[in-house]
Design a protein around this ligand. Structure first.
Ligand SMILES: Cc1cc2nc3c(=O)[nH]c(=O)nc-3n(C[C@H](O)[C@H](O)[C@H](O)COP(=O)(O)OP(=O)(O)OC[C@H]3O[C@@H](n4cnc5c(N)ncnc54)[C@H](O)[C@@H]3O)c2cc1C
Length: 467
């Protein structure tokens, strides 16, 4: 096959599928083709059905507070298939000082809770007087400098739960650019947040009532999202599986793509890939790229199912900061979160192991991993009986780690796409790491292709932190 297309999309994960969906929905005559290396779409999203248990190798859900994601659900009719766990009803815990501590849902409520001693609460106000740290401080160093050490275990838990990362390596400029720019502009995060809030209150912007978002998935698991987006495509016409792209080249006004399924040419090119596979292709058009790869964190999920008799604490689950020195990173109480995750009269939870700090644990056999993880969670959750069901799910996808020099990589990417205005880059690790980030940036890419403009550079948004 070698025909001139309007757009070629490399990657059939959520990012590439979002771009394809938006092109199809907003301009049905637009000729596009998604090239996907594997024999299935969905990338990191992979649900696991076994003996009546529904668990996830990759993502478990996304918050319903992103406009672009809600639009996609409405446009595909998936909004009628969602299952939701509202954050307001589902608590989380941090395992600290050898016990589970219930965590209030917002940073303000965390501060008010008796978990943090009064002296340490006053130290948090030190933020008002501390000069911004120079350079690219790590998250741990920056939090300690601005707010003092009392918040460190909670912040560690947040970055374990989102990046499976190490907050001594992740940098604040990369993972919280919005908060960092408030600090630089106003000299203090607290002052910056208050000024922003005051500005908002006095502006003509209509005040919307704040609502805590809900964690969202689907009755049969997260795989339903890529499955539905794929159902709308015509295989062979706008989707090719087992088609690994091996090279990209710009020739006059079109992109020439070589893949394991042949050569293709298109006016626009979308690289909808995680940072590392994207860099493999991008180095072909700019050998001067600032980094060949970024670190990734892989995790395994050890699933435990119990029959009648065992109970879980109410809520989503818990996370364990590194200072507690546990074998596991935390557990998700899957059968509490969404209905139908376990057979009748059973419960199921998924325990996470590995991450940026402990890749060596992923080398263990399934048997040892299960035994060690169970020893750990048995103590934490006080489980008297052995599980009725166990399995180990190993994601081959790593979570991109936004560490030192990552902002420079983004600057290089922006300069490259400014030079090649018909090339767009989105995907895992480029504009965030969550499913909502992928649906947002994929939607923006499709919009800019159809309007022949670059996505607008909005202010670096300050994202909410939900425990
Ligand atoms: C273990 C784990 C847990 C997660 N949990 C959550 C969560 O709970 N909530 C949340 O919001 N997010 C979570 N995420 C993040 C979420 O999964 C990602 O944001 C999202 O799936 C990334 O989608 P993507 O399409 O950008 O990348 P991918 O899913 O990586 O898709 C990229 C696709 O490109 C294909 N490809 C690669 N190279 C080539 C090539 N050369 N040619 C053709 N095709 C190629 C791959 O096969 C793949 O299908 C998790 C991720 C992981 C790994």
């Amino acid at each position: 096959m070698n025909k001139q297309l309007d757009t070629i999309i490399i990657g059939g994960g959520l990012s590439g599928l979002t771009v394809g969906h938006k092109l199809l929905h907003n301009s049905p005559d637009h000729r596009f083709l998604i090239l996907e290396k594997e024999n299935r779409t969905g990338g990191a999203i992979q649900s696991h059905h076994d003996q009546g248990f529904i668990t996830e190798t990759g993502p478990h859900g996304f918050l319903d507070n992103c406009l672009e994601s809600r639009q996609i659900l409405t446009e595909t009719g998936l909004d009628g298939e969602t299952v939701k766990a509202p954050l307001i009803d589902f608590v989380r815990y941090v395992y600290l000082n050898s016990r589970l501590n219930l965590i209030p849902q917002t940073p303000a409520k965390i501060l008010m809770a008796p978990l943090i001693p009064l002296r340490a609460k006053f130290r948090i106000l030190g933020d008002l007087f501390k000069a911004p740290l120079e350079g690219e401080p790590t998250v741990a160093k920056w939090i300690n400098h601005r707010f003092g050490p009392a918040l460190l275990p909670f912040v560690d838990a947040i970055y374990t739960g989102t990046y499976a990362g190490d907050y001594d390596k992740l940098t604040i400029d990369s993972v919280m650019p919005g908060i960092r720019s408030l600090e630089k502009e106003y000299g203090s995060v607290i002052r910056g947040l208050l000024k922003k809030r005051r500005k908002k209150n006095t502006s003509s912007e209509k005040k919307r009532k704040f609502r805590m978002p809900a964690m969202t998935s689907f009755a049969t698991g997260m795989h339903r999202l890529p499955e539905k987006l794929t159902e709308q495509l015509s295989p062979g016409k706008n989707l090719l599986l087992n088609a690994e792209v091996t090279s990209i080249e710009k020739k006059e006004s079109s992109w020439q793509i070589a893949s394991s399924k042949g050569y293709f040419t298109a006016t626009n090119l979308v690289i909808a890939l995680p940072v590392n596979p994207a860099l493999q292709l991008l180095k072909l058009i700019d050998p001067e790229l600032p980094q060949r790869s970024i670190p990734q964190a892989r995790i395994a999920s050890v699933v435990f199912g119990f029959n009648q008799g065992e109970t879980l604490p109410p809520g989503f689950g818990y996370l364990t900061p590194e200072c507690e020195n546990r074998f596991t990173l935390g557990s998700l109480f899957s059968s509490n979160m969404f209905p139908g995750r376990a057979p009748k009269n059973h419960i199921v939870f998924e325990t996470l192991v590995g991450g940026r700090r402990h890749p060596e644990k992923l080398e263990l056999s399934d048997k040892i991993l299960t035994e060690e993880a169970f020893k750990d969670v048995r103590e934490i959750l006080n489980l008297p009986n052995d599980p009725a069901y166990t399995t180990v799910l190993r994601s081959k996808w790593g979570i991109p780690q936004l560490e030192r020099n990552y902002p420079d990589l983004l600057k290089w990417r922006d300069a490259l796409t400014l030079h090649h205005r018909d090339m767009h880059i989105c995907g895992f690790g480029w504009e965030g790491i969550g499913l909502n980030d992928m649906m947002k940036s994929g939607s923006q890419v499709a919009e800019s292709i159809l309007s022949s403009s670059r996505p607008s550079t909005e202010d670096t948004a300050v994202k909410g932190v939900y425990f």
